[in-house]
Design a protein around this ligand. Structure first.
Ligand code: BEZ
Length: 389
């Protein structure tokens, strides 16, 4: 085939894809790209997000804003180096109308750049990277979860108020850990404490022993740790096995104990964490959500399931406002911006940068529950430095 013929074939293919997408929309179909981790340390998080998303759709009679979703899935493996290729599979190959993803902050930053360049609607159901709703913020990028700074800030405030003056931090060395610790330091400083040691290891490494020895030698008043999924299970168990939980309270954002308590068992008992969701909220909305989720999946929902559920809910509000006419993008975006989302976590709104403005709860581990003890910080908004929307 000649170069000219190749170019012609490419043009015809692109036109055919465009026509197929227009045809799908005309028939009331919505092509949803799910880019989530289905393998690796964050696999359980990805599955819970997808479950939550599908549950909301099922509750709307299988439709979202009147459109019938058709799913296209990519396992992003929490691997930033594959993120551009992965999101392009959804945008260029599958020609999706919207991408929902992902969990890992490093992966989402690459996704957000592609979404911005191609003006693809992106709803982030977990990854808290501040940059995407900071300097990279854009009308087509929304988050149904949190910014990494939010739960960290709340935990810092609580730890300081409980008398922690000198604290050590430990996390995986990537955006989520760095920003979570940054939030913790801001909250702790405001409450009169300070961080005396920062410890890190590469994601998703779980060889904690040398760092636990360093914590024991430092003798801080408390430890703040950011880990999630399989890594969180291992860290909490190793911390207890080293005997550190007897003398040095272990604090963290709620990811440290969410969706992990069955596996952490006795090691996690009594731990305090902060998050925008928890067990025992006992509101009509949350009770109905939990009953429906448990009936459908034979599992108790966690924060990730809630974020997936709310990603669908946010999208549904936008689609309903334009009656499924995706060409009316600015009206769709305006409706999502104005929305009050009736979440199982409690009603929340979005900030100018499209981040949830939400209550952050203080939770205590009791058995297999992250029991809500109260509100640590009410209606907390990430200041979203650098966002010019
Ligand atoms: C993140 O990479 O942003 C993240 C991953 C798991 C839990 C919370 C945040």
């Amino acid at each position: 085939m000649t170069v000219r013929n190749c170019a012609l074939v490419r043009t015809i293919l692109a036109a055919a894809l465009c026509l197929a997408a227009a045809d799908a929309a005309a028939q009331g179909k919505l092509k949803v790209g799910l880019m989530l981790p289905y393998t690796g340390t964050y696999a359980a998080l990805g599955n819970a997000i997808e479950n939550g998303f599908r549950l909301y759709v099922a509750e709307q009679g299988g439709k979202l804003g009147g459109m019938e979703p058709e799913y296209f899935k990519v396992d992003d493996e929490s691997e930033p180096s594959k993120a551009v290729d992965n999101i392009n599979k959804l945008i260029k190959r599958d020609n999706v109308d919207v991408v929902v993803g992902t969990v890992h902050s490093g992966v989402v930053m690459a996704m957000a750049k592609v979404a911005k360049d191609t003006n693809t609607l992106l709803v982030i159901p977990n990854a808290g990277a501040r940059a995407v709703t900071g300097p990279m913020c854009a009308p087509n990028i929304f988050r149904s979860s949190f910014s990494n700074w939010q739960p960290g800030y709340a935990m810092g405030k609580v730890a300081g108020e409980r008398g922690a003056k000198k604290v050590a931090t430990i996390t995986w060395k990537y955006a989520a850990g760095d920003e979570s610790v940054e939030g913790f330091k801001d909250g702790l400083k405001a409450a009169g404490g300070e961080v005396v040691k920062d410890l890190t290891l590469p994601f998703p490494n779980v060889e904690f022993q040398a760092l636990l020895t360093e914590i024991a030698a430092t003798k801080p008043d408390a430890v703040y740790a950011f880990f999630a999924g399989g890594g969180a299970v291992k860290f909490v168990k190793d911390y207890a096995a080293a005997g550190l939980n007897k003398t040095i309270p272990l604090y963290g954002p709620g990811f440290l104990t969410d969706g992990t308590l069955e596996a952490q068992g006795a090691a996690a008992q009594g731990m305090l964490t902060t998050l925008h969701y928890g067990d025992g909220l006992d509101t009509p909305k949350d009770n109905a959500f939990r009953a429906s989720y448990t009936r459908t999946y034979k599992a108790v929902p966690d924060v990730y399931a809630v974020q997936g559920y709310d990603a669908a809910q946010m999208l549904g509000i936008g689609l309903a406002a334009v009656k499924g006419d995706l060409a009316k993008r600015s009206e769709l975006v305006a409706a999502m911006e104005k929305a009050r989302i009736d979440s199982p976590r409690g009603t929340f709104t979005l900030s100018k940068s499209h981040d949830p403005v939400q209550d952050i709860y203080l939770r205590k581990v009791v058995g297999t529950e992250n029991h809500v003890e109260g509100v640590a910080v009410k209606a907390l908004a990430d200041p979203s430095p650098g966002c010019k929307m």
